[in-house]
Design a protein around this ligand. Sequence first.
Ligand code: ADP
Ligand code: MG
Length: 779
Amino acid sequence: MATLQELQEKLRKPLERELLMGCQNRVVAGGLEKLLDNLGKPFPKVREVLRQYESLSVEEREQKLRLALELLTAPQKSETPPSRPTMKVSKEPEIVTPKNWQEDTLVEKIALSTQAVKKLHALGLRNLRDVLHNYPRKHEDRRALPNLYDIEDGQKITVAGVITGKNRRTPKPGMLILEAVVQNAYGHKVKCTWFQQPWIERSLKVGAHIIVTGRAKKFGRQIQLNVEYMEEDSESSLSTGRIVGVYDIKEGISQDFVRKTVHDVLTHTPVTDYLPGRILQEHGLINLPDALNGIHFPRDEVHLAKATDRLRFDEYLFLELRILLQGGENSLLGKRFSAKREDIDTFESSLPFRFTNAQRRVMQELASDMKSEKQMARLVQGDVGSGKTAVAACALYLATRDLYQGALMAPTEILAKQHYANLTRYLFPLGVRCCLLIGAMTAKEKRENLQRIATGEVDVVVGTQALIQEAVQFNNLGLAVIDEEHRFGVQQRRALLKDRPDVIVMSATPIPRSLALTLYGDLELSIIDELPPGRTPISTKLLHDSSRLQAYSFVMQQIREGRQAYAVTSLIEESETLTELLAATQLADNLKEILPEARIDLLHGKMSAQEKEEIMDRFRRHEFDLLVSTTVIEVGVDVPNSTVMVIENAERFGLAQLHQLRGRVGRGSNKSFCILVAGDASQKTRKRLKVIEDTTDGFKIAEADLKIRGPGELRGTRQSGIPDLQLGDLTSDADIIEQARNLAKRILAADPGLEKPQSQRLKLELRSRSAQVAIREVI
Ligand code: ADP
Ligand code: MG
């Protein structure tokens, strides 16, 4: 005769399975009620709850099932008279019964073996919340395993079955092939093979149940499976017959262990949502318990998709909350400018061109920030040549109209000089006094300029970032423009801000909006997504190494027409500056041989700033025709007469970098060309280079770059400050990120420190996440 406990188990299992399988009432032949009729006598309350189960909707079934399970697994309070009050102290008082599991309950406090606790710790899971939020790495559809005779050659399939035979072959020394015949429930057989995976051998026991996934090859009626993924089948309902989550595991930990643990925790831990229903509704999101169920044990693909949507949204929401709470800068008081319409008009009418629509829009965004008393912190993003500097100059002009000073800071001296030339051109006619401040100036010049800045004789200072921050005492700094060209990492942004000027950051890195929002979380974003009219797009061609000469004969043709050219070579290893130098020197020597008529000179990273300057000045004056260079040229070289660039070993460059390099030509009125020379490259690399060949739109290139590299590698961007996102894919989540960001702002506007009672749940979650995701500070 079965004990009550045994009966309880017999009932619990199918009920749980029913819940997992989406409450379709198919788990038990004849329906759940039949089962209850047979076994449920000792549990009248459970029977009561599940009455008329067949006639209920799926939602109602789910709800009732949960209740029934709770009644069933609760200590037999309701079913048996209250036991006599025992004074017996349990041997392990810290064990928490399922009834009392909470999200913050430590995994060692729930009844698990020490071994199991160790495993969870090895996966970085400390408490039940961690377990719930440890999402599967991917999902596999194991609902309907295909009829093996219907599959096509090359199709990816999953087979669950019993090993009926096995074999080990070493056709050549050092080559190991393991084979196993797996027979599924219908008696169909598949021959599975593993190449060079000796560790698999242990698991291949005749009679063992396994699940294998891989590509099928058909030989007549025989099917061979090249196994990509194998799991020992525990015959548990969690691992077959459904969409199954596959987790990141470690040696000695099975998928099934993780699944079972997650399932237990899901079943016994009450989860309350940290977002109110109103907000969920507004964003079309499902509630948290449903989402957690859906990510781990989805009913179907719709459930999985909805669960993923919800949890991904949360990832961004908490990320943005953290960024906003950390930054907080935007809410501080800054300068208030008049930023008058007519002053913008005055500036524009002094230009030899009209603003593009994009420039005009961005200018408006800047002006409205400047008018507000809040400190402006805005990122102006736009491709090289899109006219960011012109817009920044206008903003600086507005600042000077209110008798404030402005500063423009560049990452290098070359760029600072270039900006100085441009700003003077824009602003001098309007009576704005600019000065330059760079290391290469004499001490006397520097001293004089610093003096003039301190007394307010100078309106706008242009210089390198470091110099301006260290040496300059402003009379009345109102607006700082920081040009980051294509580097992120804005370490010094804050340091500069002691005068609390409004701040504009310019970036030429055409990163997708979503990435920008995340990287520059505490900046508002303005995008100049339009180039000034009349630019002829650079035409780009990808050539194989063997056609190098052809590339350079084209270069010679351009030189004969009076144009200039670049030849760029890459460094072989990041750190090997000498090798880089060698590569450039060899290229220069080689080109002098190939193109004896051309005047050729060399620029490389080992040169002093002054040497580089001199070479660039001579190139600008057209004292030679072809500049051979390492990638130092990437930053801010502006020689409009240069119309062709050859990039050697193009396969070694990233797309963003190639795009930047290419931006050095096409700066004048002549048609420009870029030739990518690549050696034998993988298909992936060729696909990458093809993107550069096909488009000059920096944003498209950046997105393609991220797509080709894939989200896997994208997660590697953690080093550059992107926190670990389990579900987030920055290449395609722009909309979600923006929604999450807006919601984060709304939440903080209503409760800036998350102090209100209704914010406590959210705050707790934020803390847990911050603890779990140890992110490097982004800024
Ligand atoms: P960025 O700073 O984005 O690289 P710049 O502001 O330096 O771009 O502009 C690049 C070049 O285009 C400059 O020579 C500038 O004078 C010119 N330019 C800027 N805006 C326009 C425009 N709206 N129409 C025509 N030329 C423009
Ligand atoms: Mg620029």
